[in-house]
Ligand binder design. Structure first.
Ligand SMILES: NC(=O)c1ccc[n+]([C@@H]2O[C@H](COP(=O)([O-])OP(=O)(O)OC[C@H]3O[C@@H](n4cnc5c(N)ncnc54)[C@H](OP(=O)(O)O)[C@@H]3O)[C@@H](O)[C@H]2O)c1
Length: 345
């Protein structure tokens, strides 16, 4: 017999259909791969182009079906969401780089977000949708030092408010990741990661929360295992909290037999602001307030949800192993001629 107030976990049944928006994005790929591995779900991987090489690769995974959908086209979303039990929703502020603007466009992301939430509402009202997971961005550690926050953060928080406005919080889990480890692979000449350079966007002593992008998939798998408990919740998620110096030291320890020194190298703030102004605002924000994941509390939730976070050490080791396999030099593999700053967007 149930005690008063006791909640029965109604873990989503096998063959539930899950739609993943922006499936070819770094987050989307992480989510689709993780859910595919469980063999518990039918995954609808939504992309604007089902013929791209990334999409085709996803389509080869078990239980994955490619579906065309554009966050700027509500009708396409409506079709893509028909009959789904769960939606993982994600948006992007990246609109293509322009001189004097950079590539981050707040209004571009908000438009996608409002279309997405409107369609979530329609799917919910039709009666089949049970759970919506929205991927946002971590809130500030110190809310009093939040302003000015980066535009591509406030856009996501505005979408969260819209979820509330449409009375969808009751079926929604908001996951709020911090910066990806993958940003360390930025393509800025002179600041690309190598055994001797560990690049960062903040001063060497600032503690800074980061996460492996694939871990967002683990979080989605985790909350889907206890949907009733994690609906109506928002969680800032991170895997590590290290300073730039500590990150560089982590790499140095891995390659200790090679007698090389790994230096933490901070990309000059002015250069960041010239290339991508909002990332510069973000770097100021990280130094002023920082991401707000509660690392102790996360450990408890991770245990409950069977999530083993990727450590920076393991992530770096895996990168090194990859390059050994392909017989590339680390420097060659982690450099590119492309001028692109892909930090957190
Ligand atoms: N970088 C970080 O450290 C970090 C940390 C936390 C949160 N975030 C946030 O995470 C989100 C995703 O970032 P990401 O780096 O994973 O993405 P990403 O790899 O840059 O991929 C962006 C994807 O967006 C899709 N897309 C673009 N416009 C679209 C539209 N109108 N409708 C549907 N899909 C569209 C594209 O897919 P198709 O062309 O295949 O449709 C592309 O695969 C962003 O909002 C970012 O701000 C990033």
């Amino acid at each position: 017999m149930l005690e008063q107030g006791e909640v029965i976990e109604t873990s989503i049944m096998k063959n539930s259909v899950i739609a993943v928006t922006m499936a070819t994005s770094r987050q989307g790929v992480g989510v689709v791969k993780e859910l595919s591995k469980t063999n518990k779900y039918q995954i609808r991987a939504i992309t604007r182009n089902i013929k791209s090489s990334k999409a085709i690769e996803l389509g080869r995974l078990k239980n994955v079906e490619l579906v065309k959908g554009d966050l700027l086209d509500p009708e396409s979303l409506n079709n893509a969401f028909a009959g789904v039990d769960v939606i993982f929703g994600n948006t992007t502020p990246t609109k293509g780089w322009k001189l004097f603007r950079g590539s981050i466009v707040r209004s571009y992301e908000m438009k996608q977000g409002f279309n997405l939430i409107n369609q979530v509402k329609i799917s919910y009202e039709k009666g089949q949708l049970k759970h919506f997971i929205f991927s946002s961005i971590s809130k500030a550690k110190d809310p009093l030092k939040n302003d000015p926050a980066p535009g591509h953060f406030t856009s996501k928080w505005a979408i969260e408010e819209y979820i509330d406005k449409l009375d969808l919080k009751k079926i929604t889990t908001v996951l709020r990741p911090v910066s990806y480890f993958e940003n360390f692979e930025n393509k800025l000449p002179g600041y690309s990661i190598s055994k001797e350079i560990f690049p960062g966007i903040v001063g060497k002593n600032f503690k800074w929360q980061t996460i492996a992008v694939e871990d967002i998939g683990k979080w989605v798998r985790g909350v889907l295992s206890k949907p009733e408990k994690y609906k109506n919740q928002a969680i800032n998620i991170a895997g590590e909290e290290l300073s730039g110096l500590e990150m560089a030291m982590t790499l140095q320890r891995i390659i200790s037999s090679e007698r090389l020194k790994t230096n933490y190298v901070m990309i000059p703030r002015l250069a960041i602001k010239l290339l991508e102004y909002d990332i510069g605002v973000m770097a100021d924000w990280i130094e002023r307030s920082g991401y707000g994941a509660d690392m102790k509390k996360l450990k408890l939730i991770q245990n409950e949800l069977n999530i083993v976070p990727t450590t920076l050490k393991d992530w770096l080791k895996a990168k090194l192993e990859d390059q050994n396999k392909t017989n590339n030099s680390w420097a060659r593999q982690w450099k590119s001629s492309q001028w692109k700053l892909q930090w957190d967007k």
